[in-house]
Design a protein around this ligand. Structure first.
Ligand code: CAA
Length: 699
């Protein structure tokens, strides 16, 4: 017999309907069914005067069951359940705590009243899944808090706390304990018949008279959301709240939801939602394995990266010591951390006083003995193997037993670094992306001997820092940079063969990346790659020529583009065009016009091919991990789901054929389709099929 997911208890005239569907009380079919049945019984029971809607477990409902999207709808739909609460002849009160999200909040707004605990947070995050709130959220929220605030909340998908919710009118009271608070609240409403949210028009009046403020708020909310369908639909639907009657607004919302939920963008965003969570599951790792507690951390190297990593610890509430070789470098590092916090406070991203609070957790030292206090040490020194080996050998001598010893290397061999210690099981890579305090991706690189315990601890620390951790294997460039190297090679080739930086960047931007590869190169600094190439004895003719002329990118005001008087806006530079044409001629390459489709293919397919090799070698556990790496570390548009998801949409046979063509044209065997890609294409399968196999193995 299936477990009961909705309970009904009646006590002293109050019916408590409680959802009990761990972990997040999602509103799947059984819950919806149970809610209708419980409500029907409570409404029919003459002893019941008031109905409280509650949830058991760790949180009020986090919304619709996302796993049901894309499957045939089953009655009762969520909107029907909400309508039943809305139309109930007895007052209904939702008792909120934890995170009340999406359909969970829509259900709560279908109730006549809402109370919430002080720590409760609520929001309509559907936009993050490529959707709009499809169960009345775009019609009821504006009626409670006004269309301007509603459009901002719905387009951003951000949560608000109980205090703000009370001030805005989303809830009616802040209470100490949800169910008891709702019962107490019930006694205060007396016998007055409740006003349904759908009938509350007072907050719509201003926008009805003059929609200018709404239009400004809407334009501001969608400003940076290029290429995505859902935000525009959210705006349109909230606008309907004051231009249409409730029923018409609801019907339009439903139609838009159905259109979005069946589209590729929402499918991609739902894929990323689950991929991010799946990435935390490591096959073979004992499910009860507890991460070690990190009471004190240390970071070796107080440069930009080290400082950013230290900030991550402080942001997670973990005291951290920055370790440097000299006092001057240490002070510069500490000053930079303080300044970065100050900037965040000035921008309003952190509250006033945050700098002092966070800096209280950050200390500095030149005394290596202090490393003995740390439960986790992250080395962020220069990218030089000999230096890293020396650091780890020294660290081995001082670090406490069981401490996790991590390197922030972006390319070097973790096993070689671990071999400098007598405890390779405790050594791993924690590859942060620049700026380390901002970028969400954390590649956790496991070496040959890294223990599950160390990996579990690194994952937990990453999550506490607000990062998205992905466990990857040890190879040159790991997952992200190894794939990126393929794109970089194609960039150089495209320029030589006939394209210009601005043309390539425009194609990549149009695809949805926040920046094109050449503008990105200018931002990161072209000299970095130049130095690595020299070290490895390889060339990239055009990039080398630019560097030889001191064009290192934004920092020198000139790179692939021109940056006039400190501007960060790239301007195409005729000098660069001349240099490119000259280089092509010098190398005997006849330039040709290259179409945007070819550029797009070459900017994505060789990377997808490398992803297949990464999977063949077991460097990534599953294709969706690669998608997470690219979405959170490299700006792959989330609504395109990541390289593997995108490849499945394009179709692997097409990608294989195009790669064959490009491999033939360039003579580069690295572009030749990987065996796995070919095999999947021949079997009519996609990356998603290997993902399913990996999931089954992890289970
Ligand atoms: N449906 C199905 N499963 C869900 C879910 C949902 N709405 N929300 C979370 N889960 C699952 C997760 O996949 C995860 O499963 P596994 O343990 O198998 O990996 C599990 O619940 C726990 O989730 P988290 O690991 O994310 O737990 P957390 O404590 O870190 O975060 C949370 C909890 C804040 C609720 C977070 O899970 C979250 O943001 N969930 C999504 C909420 C959301 O987007 N709701 C809107 C749904 S769309 C909607 O409601 C449409 C509509 O208008 C009708």
């Amino acid at each position: 017999m299936s477990r009961q997911v909705v309970h009904l208890d009646v006590d002293q005239g109050v019916a408590i309907i409680a959802i009990d569907n761990p972990p997040v009380n999602a509103l799947g079919h059984a819950v919806r069914d149970g809610l209708v049945e419980a409500l029907t019984r409570a409404e029919a029971d003459p002893a019941v005067k008031v109905i409280v809607l509650a949830c058991r477990g760790r949180t009020f409902s986090a919304g619709a069951d996302i796993t049901e999207f894309g499957t045939p709808p089953r009655d009762p739909g969520l909107h029907e359940v909400i309508e039943r609460f809305d139309e109930c002849s007895k007052p209904t009160i939702a008792a909120l705590f934890g995170t009340t999200l999406g359909g969970g909040l829509e259900l709560a707004m279908g109730c006549h009243y809402r109370v919430a605990t002080e720590s409760a947070r609520m929001g309509l995050p559907e936009v993050k899944l490529g959707l709009l709130p499809g169960a009345g959220g775009t019609q009821r929220l504006p009626r409670l808090i006004g269309p301007e605030k509603a459009v901002t909340a719905i387009v951003s998908g951000k949560m608000i706390g109980a205090k703000a919710a009370l001030a805005d009118g989303l809830i009616d009271a802040v209470v100490a304990e949800p169910v008891q608070g709702a019962v107490d609240f019930a006694h205060t409403i007396g016998t007055t018949s409740p006003v349904r949210v759908r009938d509350r028009d007072e907050k719509l009046a201003a926008a009805k008279a003059d929609p200018a403020a709404f239009e400004r708020a809407a334009a501001d909310a969608v400003k940076r959301l290029r290429g995505i369908e859902a935000p525009a639909a959210c705006v349109e639907s909230v606008r309907n709240a004051f231009t249409m009657d409730f029923e018409a607004g609801l019907a339009a919302e439903r139609a838009m939801f159905m259109r979005l939920v069946t589209g590729d963008q929402s499918r991609a965003q739902r894929h990323v939602f689950f991929a991010e969570r799946e990435a935390q599951k490591i096959p073979g790792m004992a499910s009860g394995l507890k991460p070690a507690a990190i009471g004190q951390a240390a970071v070796i190297g107080a440069g930009t990266m080290g400082g950013g990593i230290a900030m991550n610890f402080a942001n997670a509430g973990v005291p951290v010591t920055l370790v440097e070789t000299g006092e001057a470098a240490l002070q510069r590092g500490l000053d930079r951390v303080r300044e970065t916090y100050d900037i965040s406070v000035r921008r309003g991203a952190l509250p006033a006083g945050a700098t002092e609070a966070r800096m209280a957790l950050v200390s500095g030292t030149t005394d290596w003995a202090r490393l003995a206090e740390a439960d986790m040490v992250i080395e962020a020194a220069f990218e030089e193997m000999d230096l890293k080996k020396e650091i780890f050998a020294r660290l081995d001598g001082v670090a406490k037993s069981g401490a996790v010893l991590a390197t922030n290397t972006s390319t070097l061999d973790i096993d070689a670094i671990a071999a400098a210690t007598a405890r390779p099981a405790d050594v791993l890579g924690m590859h942060f992306f620049s700026p380390a305090n901002v970028m969400k991706l954390l590649e956790i690189v496991r070496g040959r001997d890294t223990s599950h315990q160390a990996i579990a601890t690194a994952i937990a620390v990453g999550k506490a820092m607000g990062k998205v951790p992905v466990v990857v294997g040890n190879c040159d460039g790991f997952v992200g940079n190894r794939m990126l190297a393929r794109r970089t090679t194609e960039c150089e080739r495209l320029l030589l063969e006939g394209a210009l930086p601005q043309q390539v960047d425009a194609v990549v931007l149009k695809f949805g990346f926040p920046m094109g590869p050449f503008a990105m190169g200018d931002l990161a600094g072209l000299d970095v790659g130049w130095r690595i190439r020299k070290h490895r004895g390889v060339t990239a003719p055009i990039s080398d020529v630019l560097c030889e002329q001191g064009r290192f990118g934004q920092k020198t005001g000139r790179g692939y583009y021109l940056y006039e008087s400190g501007s960060r806006t790239p301007t195409p530079d005729p000098e660069v065009e001349a240099l490119i044409i000259e280089t092509s001629a010098r190398l005997g390459v006849t330039r040709r016009a290259i179409g945007d489709q070819e550029i797009l293919e070459r900017m994505t397919y060789p990377m997808i091919n490398e992803a297949a090799r990464i999977l063949e070698e077991g460097i990534a556990i599953r294709p969706s991990d690669i998608d997470v790496v690219w979405v959170y570390g490299y700006g792959w548009p989330v609504w395109r789901g990541g390289p593997c998801f995108h490849a499945d949409l394009v179709g692997l046979p097409e990608i294989v054929a195009r790669l064959e063509h490009y491999a033939g044209a360039s003579g580069d065997e690295g572009v030749r389709p990987a065996a796995l890609l070919r095999q999947l294409a021949e079997q009519g399968k996609g990356f998603a099929d290997i993902g399913k196999d990996a999931k089954a193995a992890a289970a």
